[in-house]
Design a binder for this molecule. Structure first.
Ligand SMILES: Nc1nc2c(ncn2[C@@H]2O[C@H](COP(=O)(O)OP(=O)(O)OP(=O)(O)O)[C@@H](O)[C@H]2O)c(=O)[nH]1
Ligand SMILES: [Mg+2]
Length: 354
């Protein structure tokens, strides 16, 4: 049924997607629920919004006395972006998480090992991304709180066992389950609309173009070290590439895919750059007048973000007070004044003027 969302709702949704701090997100979620048109077509969505508001509220204030005592379901975002590890049981999510972040995420040769969200930091150049390991999702099982655990996720790594012939079915089942909770897995390049079954693309016509969340998604086909009898690293890499090519061609999946191994580390160096580029992350360095810039701790913003957005990160709630900035970016900018709505670039150095 068409959801027929109003301009007020769409504006609230846009503000929600832009907000990164949990308390700001909660404000926007409440606003979405307040302005959502009340009719049958939005009933599911209203229910999803209420669940997220409740769970995010509990995460921010601690659970109420006597409330259900499960694991905390939302992970407070840290670093330049939060990226969720999704996938079917036993695919190798936790082993990857442990290797990438140094977390002690428990991995075991049987399914449903992971029972709660586990955060860890993946360093990339001078910033880091927060990776969140999660319990598995299959056609028949998904912890009810997993959609809420994705509230702060900016992207997803969908981990599949490269040897598993059912991987496409797993991918479609996961996309469908999340679509049912108004979360859409988005490939790097959106496929042209086709009629017929497009569950594997993450699209879902039932949602009438509406969703609570878009998750840019990379397929991570892991365990490449276990492909055939290839002790030589170069042979193993080409076997993995051939397998991956066969997979992407056979399944015609619109998602980008990379082959990795948590055992040998093969392919893992591609993850940070993908997250960085796919999310359009910018690093902006700040300086105070008369002093050299602080090159140690960049602000992290997104493509299209402005001087005012950077100011909002420096002084929360005061973004509106910044008047202009001096911008340093060789060779074009050597301290010229730019207005508060000037869009920043990766590597910019700014001196804020309030
Ligand atoms: N050789 C090899 N083994 C791997 C690799 N990745 C995972 N494994 C093994 O595969 C099994 C499952 O890995 P897990 O990381 O627990 O899988 P998971 O996806 O977290 O599983 P759930 O928590 O049940 O969803 C474990 O025995 C891992 O040691 C890999 O890249 N190479
Ligand atoms: Mg696990």
């Amino acid at each position: 049924m068409p959801a027929n969302l109003s301009p007020e709702y769409k504006a609230a949704e846009a503000a929600y997607r832009k907000a990164r701090a949990p308390d700001e997100r909660l404000v926007h979620l409440r606003e979405m629920l307040r302005v959502i048109p009340r009719h049958k077509g939005t009933e599911h969505l209203q229910a999803d919004l209420k669940t997220r508001i409740k769970e995010l509220g509990e995460a921010l204030s601690g659970p109420k006395k006597g409330a259900r005592t499960g694991p905390p379901v939302t992970v407070r975002p840290e670093g330049a972006a939060q990226v969720a590890l999704l996938g079917p049981p036993n695919a190798g999510k936790s082993r990857l998480h442990a290797r990438l972040t140094g977390s002690g995420a428990e991995s075991a040769p049987y399914p449903f090992t992971t029972r709660k969200p586990q955060p860890g930091m993946l360093p990339f150049e001078d910033i880091s991304f927060q990776l969140v390991d999660l319990p598995p999702i299959s056609a028949t099982a998904m912890e009810s709180w997993v959609p809420s655990a994705l509230t702060h996720a900016d992207a997803a790594l969908l981990v599949l066992d490269i040897r598993d012939p059912a991987a496409l079915d797993d991918l479609a089942a996961i996309a469908r389950r999340l679509a049912g909770k108004h979360i859409r897995l988005v490939p790097d390049v959106l496929p042209a609309p086709v009629s017929g079954d497009d569950a594997a693309s993450g699209a879902d016509d039932d949602l009438d173009g509406f969703h609570l969340q878009d998750l840019p998604t990379l397929l991570v086909a892991t365990m490449s070290d276990l492909l055939g009898d290839t002790p030589d690293a170069a042979d193993a890499a080409s076997a993995a590439d051939a397998e991956l090519q066969a997979f992407t061609e056979l399944t015609a999946t619109p998602f980008c895919a990379i082959a990795t191994s948590a055992e040998t580390g093969a392919g893992l160096d591609l993850l940070g750059p993908w997250i960085f580029r796919r999310l359009g992350i910018l690093r902006v360095y700040t300086k105070v007048p008369g002093q050299p810039p602080d090159m140690q701790r960049p602000l992290t913003l997104r493509e299209g973000d402005t001087v005012a957005d950077a100011a909002g990160l420096v002084h929360r709630g005061l973004a509106g007070d910044v008047k202009s900035a001096r911008l340093f970016r060789e060779p074009l900018f050597r301290g010229q004044h730019v207005p508060r709505d000037h869009a920043l670039s990766d590597g910019d150095i700014i001196e804020l003027h309030w």
